[in-house]
Write a protein that binds this ligand. Structure first.
Ligand SMILES: CC(C)(COP(=O)(O)OP(=O)(O)OC[C@H]1O[C@@H](n2cnc3c(N)ncnc32)[C@H](O)[C@@H]1OP(=O)(O)O)[C@@H](O)C(=O)NCCC(=O)NCCS
Length: 177
């Protein structure tokens, strides 16, 4: 039974739609580090907390992203080495990179951590001669849209029916040349 459950969880994300009750984390310092396959379980747990409406990635997808040579992934950790956030991107051969996911633990939000991850990512991409970053965001995800606008992204297209539940998405882009 446990084996069947493990296989099932590789492909089907289990998610809890109930809003989480949390207290802001005590003040701490944060460090950005590479996110690797050895962090798979921890990033999965955080991913489940960040994405409550079924848009969370499966373990299978994360395992792919953490092993794909054209992907970059980072975590931001507290002074006690607890993962507070993560970001994954895929670099295309067209000189553009695609942010596939970004999430910050609820108790660490509004401390500039997502901005720090985006800025770190841009630096890593410039070093690799990547000139543009693209991403999709739900039209209902106002927090993420504000973050992206604040960090220089613009909407280039509205994509109808982009998400599994039929919701539209915005394609956003930033030139980092
Ligand atoms: C979106 C998300 C990554 C933002 O992370 P964060 O670390 O709290 O963001 P930051 O503290 O770096 O915010 C930077 C700026 O973004 C904007 N912003 C971030 N969260 C916001 C919110 N809830 N409402 C309005 N603006 C917001 C603000 O302009 C903010 O600057 P300010 O705090 O000085 O006003 C986080 O809310 C999250 O993990 N959400 C769930 C997962 C998700 O939706 N990911 C994006 C999928 S496309």
């Amino acid at each position: 039974m446990a084996v069947l459950e493990t296989i099932y969880n590789l492909f089907v994300p289990a998610y809890d739609t109930r809003p989480e009750i949390f207290l802001p984390a005590p003040p701490t310092s944060y460090t950005i580090r590479p996110l690797a396959e050895k962090h798979l379980e921890e990033v999965m747990r955080l991913n489940m907390r960040c994405f409550k409406n079924g848009e969370n990635y499966t373990k299978h997808t994360f395992a792919y992203l953490l092993n794909e040579p054209n992907a970059l992934a980072y975590q931001i950790v507290t002074s006690t080495n607890k993962m507070a956030g993560f970001i994954c991107i895929l670099m295309g051969e067209d000189g553009a990179a695609h942010i596939t996911t970004i999430g910050i633990a609820p108790e660490h939000r509004r401390r500039g951590l997502a901005e720090r991850l985006l800025s770190h990512l841009e630096h890593s991409l410039k070093v690799r001669s990547i000139g543009a970053v693209v991403l999709e965001v739900r039209v209902s995800n106002i927090a993420a849209q504000s973050l992206y606008r604040q960090t220089g992204y613009s909407v280039v297209q509205r994509i109808s029916n982009y998400y599994n539940n039929g919701e539209d998405g915005y394609l956003m882009m930033k030139s980092i040349l």
